[in-house]
Design a protein around this ligand. Structure first.
Ligand code: COA
Length: 331
């Protein structure tokens, strides 16, 4: 059975930087509160006319350049986002059109903060099944346009941000080389309304209602419940992939946790007994970009030379759904 190797990474964020002070100017919050509770110092938000598809194209081209892969070699696109440019179709086809990759399948996944983990698992499964050889996997979001940028929305507006990350994965017959070693994926719909965007939705007649604009269309979050579950499910899930691969936490070269909140990442690290040099966090500069956090962080690590062939990389995510999961990768 072929193995799946990550052969190129890329990311892109909007040029516009929004600092904590910028937010404190429009809502009742402070740099101190945001840093202390979330670890975030600044984030990137789009300006009008800038889209998730555009950011994804930049990230995808950088990943393809790094991989040395031509558009004609891509067999499929798996695109994870919870904030597509349009209700339908998903962003995948817009990326497919712009990249000039031919009429290949372009599949959108809506698995929110766990989006990249799920998208990578799907690419891996198709590759192992022998259906695809080279796949572009994207995690991207434009969350800022769905935020209530007033004091009412301060518990989410200070956290979420925009950006895109991409990887190119390819089938390999080298059983001792780079490979995805183990998966752990879960969801629990009992908590679906703990972190959600209610509208627009087809449950409403008509789907799009002006009166929803000011109440149901913003991201709503029960921060305490999310915190409680994220800090237990992510370590549990990392332990599951380690167990499946017969590895221990000490053997992890690098853990990239979904950048939900620095306090969550710190508790995940502590729960797994990992040293600081085993965990990568960049939420201070990017905020929580939902499906994009892991591929953005991964690209930074790769370009900074933090991963060497043979290293053990763990990725783990938790978010809306609730959905969560992890992968263990031999780099
Ligand atoms: N600035 C200032 N004060 C704020 C604020 C902000 N941005 N957001 C909320 N507050 C206030 C609340 O209104 C509340 O005020 P009150 O005591 O007068 O009612 C107070 O701070 C505490 O609110 P609470 O929601 O209890 O805070 P918390 O300690 O739970 O921290 C989060 C809030 C959001 C930082 C925290 O719950 C969290 O990090 N949860 C996980 C969120 C997350 O990671 N989401 C992404 C998942 S993928």
């Amino acid at each position: 059975m072929p193995q799946t190797q990550i052969i190129g990474t890329g990311h892109a964020v909007p040029d516009r930087v929004v600092t904590n002070a910028d937010l404190a100017a429009v809502m009742d919050t402070s740099d101190e509160w945001i840093r202390q509770r979330t670890g975030i110092g600044r984030r990137h938000w789009v300006v009008e006319g800038e889209s998730g598809t555009q950011l994804s194209l930049l990230a995808a081209r950088r990943a393809m350049d790094a991989a040395g892969v031509e558009p004609s070699e891509i067999d499929a696109i798996v695109y994870a986002t919870s904030s597509p440019d349009h209700f339908a179709p998903g962003n995948g086809v817009f990326v497919q059109r712009e990249l000039g990759v031919g009429p290949i399948p372009a599949i959108d996944l809506r698995t929110q903060c766990s989006g990249f983990v799920y998208a990578l698992s799907m690419a891996d499964a198709y590759i192992r099944a022998g259906m695809w050889r080279t796949v572009l996997v994207i995690g991207a979001e434009v969350q800022s346009t769905g935020m209530d940028v007033s004091s009412r929305g301060r518990n989410t507006a200070v956290i979420f941000a925009d950006g895109a990350g991409a990887v190119v994965v390819r089938a390999s017959d080298d059983t001792d080389g780079s490979a995805i070693l183990a998966w752990d994926l879960h969801s629990d719909g009992n908590f679906a309304e703990m972190l959600w965007v209610d509208a627009p939705g087809s449950i409403y007649h008509p789907r799009n209602q002006a009166e929803h604009h000011d109440n149901k269309s913003f991201l709503e979050m029960d921060g305490k419940e999310v915190f409680r579950h994220a800090t237990s499910k992510m370590p549990e899930s990392v332990r599951a992939v380690l167990k499946e691969a017969g590895k221990t936490p000490e053997e992890i070269s690098l853990l990239i946790p979904h950048q939900a909140n620095l306090r969550i990442s710190e508790l995940v690290q502590r729960s797994l007994g990992l040293r600081d040099d085993q965990v990568y966090n960049n939420i201070e500069r990017f905020g929580n970009t939902t499906a994009a956090t892991i591929p953005i962080a991964l690209d930074e690590c790769v370009r900074a030379g933090r991963l060497e062939r043979g290293d053990l990389l763990a990725i783990t995510a938790f978010g809306s759904g609730f959905m969560w999961g992890s992968a263990l990768i031999r780099w």
